[in-house]
Design a protein around this ligand. Structure first.
Ligand code: NDP
Ligand code: 8X3
Length: 253
């Protein structure tokens, strides 16, 4: 039977690149995100005899929708989910706490923390049933350190880091692996979303150095999920070579 990887945030960046790479490595896919047009394009591109693709147009912030979406999958798909990549997430805005916008804060907390919990709660019973499986949580260097104006985004990614560690403790009895991945600056649609469509500001984040690209993270995910059964990689921090910490970036003039 096909091995399914369930990927949230599959319509862009890390999630999309991971979907492509896992499809090329004999996984079938369940792809979750809000933009259905992109999900359908990806499904058409990746579906083959070896790779079945199910798309779930779902906002991870809506618990009832997440539960219904997972329930809607055929039984043989649910019972063959081997990998859950909790990747859907975003930063909205960057600035000091005193001028923070509560709606931005809520979008980040609801997506990055509560959404990850809702999806995990809906999917983990199938991993438990099989007494195996692998959860890969996409955290961030912002979950290891803080930086000016990063306040709430950093708090949500610290929460993801803590959840990875506690999930590992809760799920070890079922033989379920949990890996936390903490990337530094990567050029995806992340900054366009963070700066609310302002392309000039978004592009300036990546000026003067070589940032990570989505493929770097996809290859890392493939590596961690393809270790032997007795090996778990708990935590990986991956940075562009020019980035020494959340705040130290070596830029060429
Ligand atoms: P992108 O903006 O390129 O991709 C984000 C993905 O998340 C999209 O597919 C989007 O799909 C999905 N998403 C966002 N909100 C929701 C939602 N409410 N429900 C379902 N899906 C949602 O960014 P990245 O690929 O860079 O980001 C992926 C993850 O990596 C995020 O968790 C981010 O915080 C983290 N990260 C990013 C870094 C970077 O520098 N780029 C570095 C470290 C971590 P759609 O809009 O269709 O719903
Ligand atoms: C995204 C990387 O440094 O902008 O998580 O927080 S950073």
């Amino acid at each position: 039977m096909d091995k399914f990887a369930f990927i949230t945030g599959a319509t862009s960046g890390f999630g999309e690149a991971t979907a492509r790479l896992l499809a090329n490595n004999r996984y079938s896919l369940v792809l979750m995100a809000r933009r259905n047009d992109r999900l359908e394009v990806l499904k058409r591109e990746l579906e083959s005899e070896e790779c079945k693709v199910y798309t779930l147009q779902t906002d991870v912030r809506e618990e009832a929708a997440v539960i219904a979406a997972v329930e809607s999958l055929p039984k043989e798909v649910k019972s063959n989910i081997h990998i859950l990549v909790n990747n859907a997430g975003l930063a909205v805005g960057r600035g000091p706490i005193e001028s923070g916008i509560t709606d931005d804060w809520e979008r980040m907390i609801d997506t990055n923390v509560k959404g990850l919990l809702y999806v995990t709660k809906a999917v983990v019973p199938f991993l438990i049933q099989n007494k195996s499986g692998h959860i890969v949580n996409i955290a961030s260097i912002a979950g290891k350190e803080v930086y000016p104006g990063g306040n709430v985004y950093c708090a949500t990614k610290h929460a993801v880091d803590a959840l990875s560690r506690s999930m590992r403790i809760d799920l070890v009895q079922y033989g379920i692996k949990v890996t936390n991945i903490a990337p530094g600056a990567a050029e995806t649609e992340f900054s366009i979303v963070r700066f609310k469509g302002n392309e000039e500001t978004a592009n300036s984040v990546y000026d003067g150095y070589n940032p990570l690209i989505a493929q770097d993270i996809a290859e890392t995910i493939l590596f961690v999920v393809s270790r032997p059964a007795h090996v778990t990689i708990n935590d990986l921090t991956i940075m562009p070579t020019a980035q020494a910490s959340a705040t130290v970036l070596w830029k060429e003039n």
